[in-house]
Design a protein around this ligand. Structure first.
Ligand SMILES: [Zn+2]
Length: 106
């Protein structure tokens, strides 16, 4: 572990491995955030850094494939989650981006 590593769930990854220009989300996690936060959806939805791990392709809580919603090599724009998620909010809430259930390996 060091400044060039990234820790998630007790596992350490070299930081370059998790620096991807793509942003992936779990639609079910975000809809759950929207329902329970009591905040406007765009503010109540939270990005999970686990979604950055490149070989994690599905949400282990919802058994659903993560969905790539934008790619941007500019880190400032890429990490402006509240602004960017607002652009796909209608599709998230209506289920238009939903993917089939995906069995998650242990
Ligand atoms: Zn999820």
């Amino acid at each position: 572990m060091g400044p060039r590593s990234f820790a998630r769930n007790g596992q350490y990854f070299p930081r370059p491995v998790v620096r991807t220009p793509a942003t992936r989300i779990c639609l079910d996690c975000l809809r759950q955030d929207a329902r329970i936060s009591g905040l406007p959806h765009q503010i109540g939805m939270a990005f999970r850094s686990d979604w950055q791990v490149p070989f994690l392709r599905a949400c282990p809580r919802h058994n659903r494939a993560l969905v790539e919603v934008w790619t941007d090599s500019d880190r400032t724009r890429r990490h402006d989650f509240a602004t960017r998620i607002g652009l796909v909010m209608p599709q998230i809430m209506t289920g238009d981006l939903d993917t089939p259930a995906l069995p998650v390996s242990p």
